[in-house]
Design a protein around this ligand. Sequence first.
Ligand SMILES: [Zn+2]
Length: 238
Amino acid sequence: MLLENITMADFQKGLKKTKTIIIPFGTVEEHGSHLPLSTDTMQVYEVVKEVAKRVKVFVAPPVHYGVLTSTREHPGSIGISANSLRMITRDIVKSAYSKGLRNFILISGHAGNIHMSALREVGEELIDELDDIKIAVISEYDMIRKESEKFVETKDDGHAGEIETSRILYLAPQLVKGMAREEYPKLPKPFLVRDKVKYWKGGVWGNPVKATREKGEKLFLFSVMKVAEVVKKVEKMK
Ligand SMILES: [Zn+2]
């Protein structure tokens, strides 16, 4: 049940079948010269829409903005602060709670550290405040990481590389513009630098050249299966 399509009456009927909602999180973020800025949002939203076809669950429209760190100076990257992400997440969960929902699956297509910590932090606060809810916080990228190692050829593939390019080749090949080359960021760790583009020109972490539509399909289907499992698990939890 996609909130963007159902009516007030559908919502009320749906609540009798499930009190679980998936809230997807994405970004507007550079993904190399070849992938769309909404790559993270698209990946996660398409997965959870497919999950909604297989199990009874509500799916919220995605929160399209996220917290950007190493990509935030690149052209097209438009991020929000961790504080804003915490606040909007808290507001959405509390509003959904007041409408009768009790199980919240927060799943992010963006795996950035600060972004994920903000979601976990607000999740921890909410389980303290609302004693009859369950919350799962998932980084979709980390969830499929182990499975991807079975057939993804690039060892250190992270951002707009083999994995993400494969996934967009499967979901929206018309949005893949040419192909960026293999690249890895050269940020001068442990220092934090303002001019990140200087150390990471193309905004790619990994090797997009190895991407295929078939790999994308496998990753998509695996992710759908894993999220559907989480939905079933949360419904059974006491
Ligand atoms: Zn991404």
